[in-house]
Design a protein around this ligand. Structure first.
Ligand SMILES: Cc1cc2nc3c(=O)[nH]c(=O)nc-3n(C[C@H](O)[C@H](O)[C@H](O)COP(=O)(O)O)c2cc1C
Length: 256
């Protein structure tokens, strides 16, 4: 089993030490990727990745994506910078925004890690989780440390991550908010771009209630509500697309 841990601090500091601490507790092949050692350019906002499935920038992002795709479990970490994630991690996320439409990481276990001097820990961990959920991954815990806390990482904190990698975890309850987010992504992806529609059909996501359903528990009422919402949203997007067509389209300037 291979675990890839992303360190998005610009130094090998506390976040790196925390990742090493986690790695020592895991009996797997463990690689820490320090984003600072890679060439990662800003997203140009051209959306070619979303519309045509390739990126116009030639740097190390493709190599990093491959590492994540080939991993059995992923750890994403960030120091708190001004109540938020580090700039390089945000840039890396932006460069992978295609995964919100067509993810290569569906169902992959992910552990979220952050360090701080004092503030912003929960906000950062929640934000990391939110991005991972939009990529269809399985969130398996959050580990945060303040700099004065020298607490060793416990096996309890790693249990869900390990169990998920080993495919021994208990059924995961998918909350209504996550089902609704899935429906929003489904409605956008199946009504706006052919390339997304093909992916959602080919992968069978189009017929699912969530990105992954194996070993999950979905409350039937939540399932009903989210599906109704998805159908409503789909209808609205279709109507809107039709209106735009009749009015001659909304021209978006391409500036790459
Ligand atoms: C640019 C910058 C912004 C920071 N912003 C915050 C902050 O908003 N709140 C906070 O408590 N600590 C803040 N810190 C402190 C770091 O979160 C903390 O030292 C963290 O453990 C550093 O991780 P590292 O050693 O892996 O780089 C900031 C540090 C830097 C360099």
């Amino acid at each position: 089993m291979k675990i890839v841990a992303i360190n998005s601090s610009m130094r090998k500091g506390r976040t790196y030490e925390l990742l090493k601490n986690i790695g020592n507790k895991l009996d797997y092949d463990f690689e820490i990727i320090n984003l600072k050692d890679y060439n990662i350019n800003y997203c140009l906002g051209c959306e070619v990745c979303i519309k045509k499935d390739y990126c116009v920038i030639n740097d190390d992002v493709e190599k990093l994506k491959e590492k994540l795709i080939n991993a059995d479990g992923i750890i994403i970490s960030s120091p708190v910078y001004l109540e938020n994630i580090s700039g390089v991690l945000k840039t890396f996320f932006d460069r992978n925004c295609k995964w919100v439409h067509r993810s290569d990481l569906i169902g992959k276990p992910v552990l979220l890690v952050s360090t701080t001097a004092g503030s912003g820990l929960n906000d950062v961990l929640d934000y990391l989780e939110s991005v991972m959920i939009s990529w269809g991954m399985k969130p398996c815990g959050k580990i945060g440390r303040k700099i004065q806390e020298k607490k060793d990482v416990s096996l309890d904190e790693l249990k869900l991550f390990i169990d998920s990698i080993e495919r021994k975890s208990k059924k995961e309850k998918i909350k209504l908010s996550r089902l609704i987010r899935f429906q929003v992504q489904k409605a956008m992806s199946t009504n706006l771009l052919d390339i997304d529609r093909i992916f959602w059909n080919k992968t069978g996501l189009i017929n699912k209630n969530y990105f992954y359903e194996e070993n999950t528990k979905i409350n039937p009422i939540s399932k009903f509500i989210s599906n109704q919402f998805g159908n409503f949203l789909s209808k609205k997007i279709k109507e809107n697309a039709q209106k735009v067509k009749i009015q001659g389209g909304d021209k978006i300037e391409e500036n790459i």
